[in-house]
Write a new protein. Structure first.
Ligand code: ZN
Ligand code: ZN
Ligand code: ZN
Ligand code: ZN
Lengths: 131, 131
DNA sequence: ATCGCGGCGTAATGTCGTAACATAAGCGTC
DNA sequence: GACGCTTATGTTACGACATTACGCCGCGAT
């Protein structure tokens, strides 16, 4: 359990669930798990998630409409994050690739496109599940 | 307007709206536009969209929960498609990059990850809107 | 003919996300 | 302390996106 000292109660609860989960969780799945802690409305979860995303402690998987805890210490620093999502077991691998980042950056520069954020998600089967 | 001879009525109607649109459309936005043509339920649109996606005539933008007509003749052939989405005007550019494709393929190969599909979406401002 | 299959129509429901409004706690200033 | 400001919180209601379940029809294959 990492520190995350400056988190509020709801933020801690949500992050804790994400860290304990073995697969991405939807906001409503998190909410269901936290009803016994007193949470009752989706917005309480979404607000916590927003902050966690801002701090880089969690990520949203757009192709799943779900969330995961960040798997790497300082991934806020790496320019671009990619996710490989196993459709069988739900496991998510998080990685980054400088060359890919550079190629996309080059494309954007050529086109005059100002990037605000990028999502890259690979769906498939992890090594264990592909066997 | 290209031929698409083998499409059913609903599929043609949906594709037609996507091609005429200047920005991605949600399934419900398409439905609203097609009420006068007799469509009444979301499922009619989603079924048509499923087929169009299969045929490579349309794409789903995961980060928007919306759909666009394919902008390139044979993009089914290119290994991986990336989208640059302008958050101001909604314009979508569709492109592919062999190096990026190769890098991701290499990563997957190293990890033993079997890819079924990949989504890559860049959000930001197009040249015109960034000015 | 009749079987299977793909497309279609409809209703109901499920899942994801936000708007609007009210409350409470912390904190610097006067 | 009283005031105003900011941030987190709680609650209700609603909007937006997507699917399940069921049945009908048309058409080609057996
Ligand atoms: Zn991360
Ligand atoms: Zn797996
Ligand atoms: Zn395309
Ligand atoms: Zn633009």
């Amino acid at each position: 359990m990492t520190a995350h000292a400056d988190l509020t109660r709801n933020q801690s609860l949500v992050l804790d669930r994400l860290e304990k989960a073995e697969a991405p969780l939807s906001a409503y799945a998190i909410l269901d798990q936290l009803r016994e802690e007193g949470l009752r409305a989706p917005l309480q979860v979404y607000r916590a998630l927003d902050k966690l995303l801002d701090m880089g402690l969690a990520h949203r998987l757009e192709s799943l409409n779900a969330f995961v805890a960040c798997a790497r210490p300082n991934c806020h620093a790496s320019g671009l994050i990619a996710f490989a999502i196993c459709e069988k077991c739900g496991q998510v691998a998080e990685f980054s690739d400088d060359i890919v980042h550079e190629r996309l950056h080059d494309w954007a520069h050529r086109e005059g496109f100002v990037v605000s954020r990028t999502t890259m998600e690979i769906r498939g089967s992890c090594r264990a599940c592909a066997a």
